[in-house]
Design a protein around this ligand. Structure first.
Ligand SMILES: NC(=O)c1ccc[n+]([C@@H]2O[C@H](COP(=O)([O-])OP(=O)(O)OC[C@H]3O[C@@H](n4cnc5c(N)ncnc54)[C@H](OP(=O)(O)O)[C@@H]3O)[C@@H](O)[C@H]2O)c1
Length: 292
């Protein structure tokens, strides 16, 4: 039983990764702690009877277990280490930078080539051209396997030798990934509290999203140039709008926590006399934030 790639973990994300490999014309070897999860793939993949068998089947081993603790308990065993020697391990579970550093060092000690990756999309997006996974580690190892990895995510992005880089980029992704859907749901809640059908809001959402995306162009220019004087919308103007937004939505009984948090972020640079600058200046304000 030999295939170009073996996959460890068939949870929600792992199953999507498996489907993407199969859709790309591969016949991967699959392993999951609970074997029943392999059943849907019985005709389109090789189902390994053990983790060692899965690893022995391919030179590229992609692991997507729930976390690093599960990855450690699955991999840090003599027979598994022996099977992994000389192969490439790609670790895709979410974790802290220190987790990536520790596992990379372990792999290095055992002669296992290692890439640490972070999946920056949901399972339904896996396999699409716009799916994003960041990878860190040895550049040559990434180059060797990127032809397979693009089957998982069209945007398989090499983020440098440092294996902690994908975690940092994952955090940047999460800023957007958490805030944007919350904003959608907050907007829908305002509609309902005002007796309006949230559909009126959702119907216009593609236009709102496009407008926000266009804003990223001027944000990128301002950040590259470190010049926030090309004003599309001044911080003080946005702050006035945010005050109206908080007052109005609070009056409707919508939880004010979300609007208050954003308003507080805007208020600090305005109080510091930066209100006439473009909203892009919040980039500097965020960097200056100190934790208590
Ligand atoms: N789902 C998403 O939207 C998403 C997005 C980005 C990143 N991720 C990351 O992808 C990783 C997997 O997430 P998921 O959504 O696939 O989770 P999930 O559906 O809960 O699946 C968890 C997987 O981990 C395995 N597992 C758990 N504990 C284990 C252990 N002690 N030993 C061996 N295997 C163990 C499970 O095996 P059993 O079937 O035997 O329990 C299953 O294959 C996570 O790190 C997650 O943060 C997920």
């Amino acid at each position: 039983m030999s295939s170009s790639v073996s996959l460890l973990g068939l949870g929600s994300m792992g199953s999507s990764l498996a489907r993407a490999l199969i859709a790309a014309g591969m016949r991967p070897t699959l392993w999951n702690r609970t074997p029943e999860r392999g059943s849907p793939f019985a005709s389109s993949a090789n189902l390994a009877g053990s983790i060692v068998e899965a690893i022995q089947s391919s030179d590229l081993v992609v692991s997507c277990l729930i976390n690093y603790a599960a990855t450690w308990s699955s991999l840090d065993r003599p027979e598994v280490i022996e099977a992994l020697k000389g192969k490439t391990l790609v670790q895709l579970a979410t974790g802290l930078p220190a987790d990536a550093t520790e596992l990379a060092a372990w792999a290095g000690r055992h002669g296992i080539r290692y890439l640490d990756g972070r999946i920056c999309c949901f399972p339904a997006t896996i396999g699409r051209p716009d799916a994003v996974i960041y990878y860190g580690g040895d550049a040559a190892t990434f180059e060797e396997h990127v032809g397979t990895l693009v089957a998982l995510a069209g945007k398989s992005i090499y983020a440098g030798e440092n294996v902690t880089n994908p975690t940092m980029l994952d955090c940047a992704f999460l800023s957007y990934c958490f805030a944007a859907p919350m904003a959608m749901l907050h907007g829908a809640a305002i509609c309902e509290a005002a007796g309006l059908d949230p559909e009126l809001f959702f119907a216009a959402l593609p236009s709102f999203s496009a407008d926000v995306n266009r804003r990223s162009v001027s944000f990128r220019e301002a950040i590259r140039a470190r010049d926030f004087t090309n004003v599309q919308s001044a911080l003080q103007t946005d702050l006035a709008g945010a005050r109206m937004w908080l007052a109005c939505s609070s009056e409707l009984g919508v939880d004010p926590a979300f609007a208050k948090a954003l308003l507080d972020v805007m208020r600090v640079p305005v109080d510091q006399g930066k209100g006439a600058l473009d909203t892009a200046y919040l980039f500097e304000a965020f960097k200056g934030a100190k934790t208590a």
